[in-house]
Structure formats: structure tokens, C-alpha cells
Ligand binder design. Structure first.
Ligand code: SF4
Length: 94
């Protein structure tokens, strides 16, 4: 029904401790260089955004529940899932 739902998943790398509880809940999370977490670019709807303190990716694959399960499982509460609707996305095109 809501396959158009786009959502951004962000990991606070200052909080992340590489426990990898997220990886076993959602296979879009991967181990990245440095022993912390990242995303497989092949899964994302756009480029994986990485800064010194955050890694984030946007998805529109109907798997937001899995992302929320991973976020709930993170013992350090480092994962944020933010839904964006299709209208926001169109309005945001530059
Ligand atoms: S579960 Fe949380 S702390 Fe562990 S790797 Fe994933 S984001 Fe980092």
C-alpha cells in the first residue's frame, strides 16, 4: 500500500560501538571500514552519506519495519529512522 514511502536511516557514529545487533536484524546494514556500521550502496535509493559522525542512506523499498526493528535492537540507540512521503521528495528535488 505504501510502497512509495521513502525513509532515511541514519547511524550516529559517535554513539555506535560496533556491536552489530543491527546487522542480524536488517541485512542492509554492513560492517564498514573502521569497525563501525555502514550501508550497502546497492540497497539504497541514493548515495550513502558519510560524515565524521554520521552515516545515512535513503530507501524506498517497503522495508521500513526492518529498519525500525534494527533501530529498536541497537543497545546504544544510535539508529534513527525518519519517514518522508513522496510529496516531500518531489518538493526537495533541486
Ligand atoms: S547495533 Fe547500534 S551500536 Fe551496534 S553496530 Fe548497529 S548501530 Fe552500531
Amino acid at each position: 500500500m505504501d510502497t512509495e514511502t521513502t525513509y532515511r536511516v541514519a547511524v550516529d557514529l559517535d554513539a555506535c560501538d560496533g556491536v552489530f545487533a543491527c546487522l542480524v536484524r536488517d541485512d542492509r546494514f554492513v560492517e564498514a571500514d573502521g569497525g563501525l556500521v555502514g550501508f550497502d550502496p546497492a540497497d539504497a535509493a541514493g548515495p550513502v552519506e558519510r560524515t565524521a559522525d554520521e552515516v545515512a542512506a535513503t530507501f524506498s523499498d517497503g522495508r521500513v519495519d526492518e529498519a525500525r526493528t534494527a533501530a529498536a535492537a541497537c543497545p546504544l540507540d544510535a539508529i534513527a529512522v525518519e519517514e518522508r512521503d513522496a510529496a516531500d521528495r518531489r518538493g526537495g528535488d533541486a
